[in-house]
Design a protein around this ligand. Structure first.
Ligand code: ATR
Length: 293
């Protein structure tokens, strides 16, 4: 056999056994729980893959995505503050375009393909907890990226969505893109609307560390049949969720589920494998109880 043949055989074997690299880009990103969650999933499924965190500034997002493709990185998550900017450097699915943000990039085909799995995650959680979403009154606090992603999915599923946001114009803009939705202010209007709501979702950063004593809704406004879901997971039990407990709310959902389900949806896009949800959730809860954020 010629040396060239050996080289070819070696290269083929090397490429086949090469570790797949995934990661998250954002800034700040050092405390992201995505590496812990995805690496636990790879280990559970016996996959030769690793997930890393890369700090990337908004000016560098295009270079980072192009560079990742050249380096053979298999997939990326995108987090704050790059989700909107990343949209212009990928071929995005329709719903991600509508939301105006991507949180997942897949490099398996020629052009980087962009997805937004934030909304899929929240829809899945609510279906588990509530069952049928069609016809439910859902009150969403916030009109930022997270609120957009969640409201598009719930609206498409037939929920009647109300957006309550501090800045009314942002709420109005979001509502104009939904089929069956309206918006209200955070004050008296919210107090009235919550009585008829089936589901309350906090999609703002209110209550997040270090402002752990903040909440937009207090116990006296809640009724026991309201489902209360907070997308904030740091702290795990936010003030909103403590208030929900005080009000005797039976169904309370913390932010870990949202993180895990959006991650699971990304995992499936990249690997085409069924994500080990329980392993991912345990890894995140473990990391949170040991002080990561
Ligand atoms: P994300 O992409 O995580 O949703 P974002 O786009 O910055 O982040 O949106 C944050 C949301 O939290 C917004 O709806 C914001 O309200 P404004 O549109 O008025 O800015 C809301 N928010 C943040 N801090 C708030 C506070 N102290 N009180 C009320 N709403 C707050």
């Amino acid at each position: 056999m010629l040396l060239g043949d050996w080289e070819r055989i070696f290269k083929t074997a090397y490429n086949r056994s090469m570790k797949k690299i995934y990661g998250i880009i954002g800034d700040p990103v050092a405390h992201s729980l995505s590496p812990v969650m995805h690496n636990a999933a790879f280990k559970k499924l016996g996959m030769d893959a690793i997930y890393l965190a890369f700090r990337v500034s908004p000016e560098e997002v295009g270079d980072a995505i192009r560079g990742a493709k050249s380096l053979g990185i298999a997939g990326l998550n995108v987090t704050i503050p790059l989700k909107e900017k990343a949209l212009s450097f990928v071929d995005a699915e329709e719903v991600a375009k509508k939301i105006g943000a991507v949180n997942t990039i897949d490099f398996s085909s020629g052009t980087p393909a962009g997805y937004n799995t934030d909304g899929i995650g929240s829809l899945r959680i609510l279906k588990e907890v509530v069952g049928e979403i069609n016809g439910k009154n859902v009150l969403i606090l916030g009109a930022g990226g997270a609120a957009k992603a969640i409201s598009f999915y719930l609206d498409a599923e037939g929920a009647r969505v109300t957006i309550a946001n501090r800045t009314r114009e942002k709420a109005a803009q979001l509502v104009s893109k939904l089929r069956n939705a309206d918006f209200i202010s955070l004050g008296v209007e919210l107090e009235k609307r919550i009585e008829d709501s089936n589901i309350l979702i906090n999609a703002t950063s209110v209550g997040m560390h270090p402002n752990e004593d903040a909440t937009l809704v207090n116990a006296y406004l809640m009724h026991p049949d309201l489902v209360v879901f907070d997308i904030v997971y740091n702290p795990l039990e936010t003030k909103l969720l403590r208030e929900a407990k005080r009000a005797g709310v039976k169904k309370i959902v913390d932010g870990v589920k949202m993180l895990v389900y959006q991650g699971a949806a990304s995992f499936k896009i990249w690997t085409k494998k069924e994500p080990p949800i329980e392993t991912m959730e345990n890894a995140v809860r473990d990391a949170l109880s040991h002080g990561s954020s």
